[in-house]
Ligand binder design. Structure first.
Ligand code: ZN
Length: 314
């Protein structure tokens, strides 16, 4: 089972995208397609059968290559991303008529997984450009360079380069054979989540910290549980807005939960039998039922895999 947003069909052409002649040829090709992003949303077909709309360069009129982000190539077709604020209002209005603007996660399960991966990449890079308009060293304007995979300060005395960043976050399935002999996993919930939804604990990696240390620290902070035997499982890009989720298992050394030191609303130990009773996140048929995290997330994968005894020691 591949995780959502990982099924990337594009060849990134990292060694070629700095070559302006090569890049211009990709941009000028009639085969090139453009993924437009407006306020963090993508353009999809307007009917119930939702598909992403890939635009041709001729539909963008005056757009130049210096406004576009090269994402990669599939077969002989280059795909670019573009922020809608680069278009003039009339062009944007015409394009908007073609379909509907929707957030990626709302249609993740209606579209091809390969498309979801491309749109996720586009979203991450457009977001990065929007939030790195100015140089972090001298505050002058940055400009897009290297096919959109870097920004360079326009101050001739500076020319500082900035590169896209991805914030690492650890997410962990903590397990334990509890004092009654039953294996259980530790899940928590935040107050803003749908009622009854529980998920694996997670948190951002601090500077100067190993991933294993981050797992131990986050679990201790959020639940008061000490863990050991931290093992890496797999990862998932999470462009909401700019993370990569790094999935782990860990074994708890203690059982008593204390959420008073952090922001979780609740945390509990759950057996496999209890997890079997969990409802879908959007299932509102039983108000007081427990619910799984979103099925597009690595959290869902970790819980489901542990439930089915495909990961973990216990
Ligand atoms: Zn600068």
């Amino acid at each position: 089972m591949s995780l959502m947003y990982t099924d990337m069909p594009l060849e990134r052409c990292s060694n070629q995208r700095s070559n302006k002649q090569w890049l211009n040829a990709q941009f000028s090709s009639d085969e090139a397609r453009f993924c437009l992003i407006k306020d963090d949303e993508h353009l999809f077909t307007g009917n119930e059968n939702v598909h992403p709309i890939w635009l041709k360069r001729s539909q963008l009129f005056q757009i130049g290559i210096n406004s576009c982000i090269f994402l990669g190539k599939e077969n002989n077709r280059a795909i670019f991303a573009l922020d809608s604020n680069k278009l003039n209002p009339a062009t944007l209005a015409d394009i908007t008529e073609l379909g509907q603007w929707l957030p990626l996660r709302k249609v993740t399960f209606s579209i091809e997984q390969a498309d979801a991966a491309i749109l996720g990449l586009a979203k991450a890079l457009v977001y990065w450009h929007k939030t790195n308009l100015y140089c972090g060293k001298c505050a002058s304007l940055n400009q897009l360079v290297e096919a959109g995979h870097a920004r360079r300060c326009t101050n001739n005395l500076c020319h500082n380069m900035t590169f896209p960043r991805t914030d690492p976050a650890v997410i962990m399935l903590v397990e334990r054979i509890c004092d009654d002999g039953v294996p259980r996993c530790l899940l928590g919930r935040q107050a803003i989540w749908p009622q009854g939804m529980y998920s694996t604990l997670a948190g951002f990696v601090d500077p100067g910290e190993s991933l294993e240390q981050a797992v131990c620290r986050e679990v201790a902070e959020e639940s008061g549980i000490e863990v050991t035997n931290v093992s890496y499982i797999r990862s998932q890009p999470w462009p909401f807005p700019a993370s990569i989720m790094l999935g782990f298992t860990a074994q708890a050394l203690s059982e008593k939960i204390d959420i008073s030191q952090d922001t979780l609303e609740d945390a509990q130990w759950f057996s496999r039998e209890q997890l079997m009773q969990f409802k879908h996140r959007d299932d509102n048929t039983e108000e007081d039922s427990y619910k799984m995290s979103s099925t597009d997330s690595i959290s869902y994968y970790l819980i489901d895999a542990w439930k089915n005894q495909r990961i973990g020691q216990f």
